[in-house]
Write a protein that binds this ligand. Structure first.
Ligand code: NAP
Length: 276
């Protein structure tokens, strides 16, 4: 995807006079967030997207962050704005998400983008969140059939579980959404042709919870309690032998999410340039 996008972006200066510009705002010094922001900047460099990282101290007042967002909203040379979450306590995340102009919200978290997705508006009018979008791309790339299949999603967060459930439904899967109060979870997961796990519990889904031939998408980014290393929500060792396809952690949904962020930035740029 990155190579294809790099080729596409290399044609933009001749066509549009410039390349897309993504601005990432990082408030505070959370270690995980710093890594994510660095990886996003690296991906921009590979694809040829101009990127600016604005670093603000952890004690930044909400008004100062909102003022910075207003400035970027008004800047015609900025195509995408992403505020890295989580934010320090004194700042309201919903307020910040709503402050970003809908057409520059490359994360797809703005309520108008969420509403457009649930109403199934034409694609060019809104942004689909990066992780759910990437999950569908991974399934398509691995040629996993979706239509008519039983898809089980564990997790109902606004950023992964809920939107990926809607995208699977749009592709005509029969979708079951599970969460922390779900009874007999393993009974339900054993029926899944497609299993998406986004809960934040290391190695939670084990081989006895899935059927032969299942396609598994592991969204989790957890710390392995035994090794201290990064691991997923799925116990890869026991699930992989039964799966027809499975994403690893690290190396699966994470990099795909970043590739989709690049794609969302290019899409917003092209809409602005009237290319669609
Ligand atoms: P979240 O907002 O914390 O939501 C977790 C969801 O899992 C909730 O709906 C919760 O149910 C459910 N859950 C928790 N424990 C459960 C259990 N024992 N059984 C069944 N359901 C359970 O999490 P998130 O933001 O969606 O993130 C989930 C994981 O994905 C995390 O590890 C996160 O780091 C990772 N992530 C990765 C990427 C990426 O790019 N790779 C992107 C986003 C997130 P309730 O609603 O009932 O509380």
């Amino acid at each position: 995807m990155k190579a294809e996008m790099a080729e596409q972006v290399s044609s933009f200066p001749a066509k549009y006079g410039r390349v897309p510009h993504l601005v990432v705002i990082l408030v505070g010094d959370d270690l995980g967030s710093q890594t994510y922001v660095r990886n996003k900047a690296k991906a921009c460099d590979v694809v040829g997207i101009k990127n600016t990282t604005i670093r603000m101290p952890a004690e930044t007042p909400q008004a100062a962050l909102l003022a910075k967002i207003a400035e970027l909203n008004a800047d015609p040379e900025v195509d995408g704005i992403l505020v890295q979450l989580p934010l320090p306590r004194q700042i309201s995340e919903p307020k910040v998400i709503e402050a970003i102009a809908q057409e520059k919200d490359v994360d797809g978290f703005h309520p108008l983008n969420t509403a457009a997705m649930w109403q199934k508006r034409p694609n060019s009018s809104y942004t689909i969140p990066c992780t759910p979008k990437g999950i569908i791309k991974l399934l398509d790339e691995a040629k996993v059939p979706i239509e008519g299949k039983k898809a089980v999603v564990i997790g109902r967060s606004q950023i992964v579980g809920l939107p990926v459930s809607k995208l699977l439904l749009d592709r005509n899967a029969t979708v079951t959404i599970c969460h922390s109060r779900t009874k007999d979870l393993a009974e339900i997961t054993r029926q899944a042709d497609i299993l998406v796990v986004a809960i934040g519990r290391p190695k939670f889904v084990t081989g006895d919870m899935v059927k032969e031939g299942v396609a598994v998408i592991d969204v989790g980014m957890d710390k392995d309690p035994d090794t201290g290393k990064l691991c997923g929500d799925v116990d890869f060792a026991s699930v992989e032998p039964k799966a027809s396809a499975i994403t690893p952690v690290p190396g699966g949904v994470g990099p795909m999410t970043i590739a989709c962020l690049m794609e969302n930035t290019i899409e917003r740029f092209l809409v602005k340039m009237g290319a669609e």
